[in-house]
Write a protein of this length. Sequence first.
Length: 193
Amino acid sequence: RRRGEEGLAELADPERAVEGAVPAGVASEEEDPGTIRYRTVDWRALRRLGPSPRLHLETVRGRIELRLLPEEAPLTVDAIVATAVAGRYDDTPFHRVVPNFVAQGGDVSLGGVREGAGFRLRSEFTRVSYGRGVLGMASAGKDTETTQFFLTHSPQPHLDGGYTAFGWVEEGLDVLDSLAPEDRVLRAWVSPG
């Protein structure tokens, strides 16, 4: 296990996804609408993370340290932690980088694993405003989130209330600013806090 991941292995359990209704118009060509599963929260495992766990992204340009907000978005934090603990963010690219807007990554189908998330998340619209360095979930509409996330380069108030905001950069804003399309996350890990 990676440093700081003791007691977090159960978060990577893929069995914590449940069958659910499919939102209209969100199934992709390769997904059978009857098999889309919505992930649920493992509250016991989430509590063990503490009130302010950290997500660490070692990128080709340096390290980005993110504070996660489990009280604001428990489902999203649980899923992101599980994905990181399982090593699924390792070797994934920032496939979309728009200067003065966002750097988007976390598409596990573009990484070393080469498979999709296998689940969807229900949207968690939080009270966190999209200032500089806020961590949010990419979305194709309500309840379509999976593993893709974005980091804001600058304030983006038009995103408030429309995308799950669940953390922010504590260290590494300079690294965020230096990211270019296809730069990779070399390794992601989580530490309780």
